[in-house]
Design a protein around this ligand. Structure first.
Ligand code: ADE
Length: 288
């Protein structure tokens, strides 16, 4: 038996295993860094609530866009565009999650929706932190909660619809093979403020019938900050760049506008927000 050959084989195998382990470790780290960068992070900065938003995750929950008159905005390539006055971030803000250990979770806010346990997250954490910092007050939340029932009477998802109309052909002439032309009208709702705007869009439900009302917070690029708290100068995005938006007493109304947008978006959102505000207020109000 050639023992030298077996020793060489053993060494070769060992090297291969080490190389594989190192490659997997590197891949896992790179993937974790990528996931971390894409997260919206709710933090505090002194007396303000600070939200970290990814700038280049074009298919994610925070998308950079160019402003258009219809309010929808045009998607863009952030690293190839000088992001400035004409641009904004469209943030599909969330308020809950199924996972108790997800980022930005407030475990104390727990509620049941359609038999499933939900935990408050993101907007819920923003409200909890904003209350703790004095950006908003218990009275603000009480007022919002008291408004919910009135807003629930005419929620957009239940009241509005997407319509399809037969539309005459333009001067270009007819369509071949007996085709006719139909156009869909999709209503969308915009609440403009001096700080940014909130959009409610109706979208057909995935894997179900009917429409769902989606809420988006739109933040002008001119209002976002860099990590050192200074306004971000116009310029293309760097790879995996993150930016910051702060809520303080000066724009606390914008935070409450988001709450109200969910309250008018659909009955389900209205109910969920009621549960979340209820839990926050419960923890603030001393029991008798
Ligand atoms: N549920 C949680 N966040 C939402 C959002 N931004 N739009 C619609 N439904 C949601």
């Amino acid at each position: 038996m050639n023992t030298d050959f077996l020793t060489d084989l053993g060494r070769g195998l060992l090297r291969l295993v080490v190389a594989l382990i190192l490659t997997f470790t590197w891949l896992a780290r790179a993937s974790a860094a990528d996931t971390e960068y894409k997260l919206v992070r709710v933090e505090t900065a002194g007396q303000a609530l600070r939200v970290r938003l990814p700038l280049t995750d074009v298919a994610g929950k925070v998308r950079p866009k160019e402003r258009t008159p219809d309010g929808y905005g045009e998607p863009l390539a952030p690293t190839k565009t000088v992001l400035g006055e004409k641009h904004f971030l469209e943030w599909q803000i969330g308020y809950d999650t199924r996972e108790a250990d997800a980022p930005n979770v407030v475990k104390a806010i727990q509620f049941v929706r359609k038999g499933e346990t939900k935990f408050g997250a993101e907007l819920s954490k923003m409200l909890v932190d904003a209350l703790r910092l004095g950006v908003i007050s218990t009275n603000d939340l009480l007022r919002e909660r008291d408004r919910l029932a009135k807003l629930a009477e005419a929620t957009l998802e239940e009241r509005e619809g997407i319509t399809t109309e037969k539309t005459p052909l333009d001067a270009k002439g007819g369509l071949p093979d007996g085709f006719t032309r139909w156009t869909q009208k999709v209503p969308q709702f915009l609440r403009e403020t001096e700080h940014g705007w909130i959009q409610i869009q109706l979208k057909p439900r995935q894997r179900a019938v009917g429409n769902q009302a989606m809420v988006y917070v739109c933040i002008p690029m001119k209002s976002v900050l860099t990590a050192d708290g200074k306004p971000r100068a116009p310029g293309p995005a760097k790879t995996k760049e993150t930016v910051f938006y702060e809520f303080s007493r000066a724009n606390a109304g914008f935070l409450l506008d988001i709450v109200r947008a969910f309250a008018i978006a659909s009955k389900q959102h209205n109910e969920d927000i009621g549960q979340i505000l209820g839990k926050i207020l419960e923890s603030k109000t001393p029991s008798p």
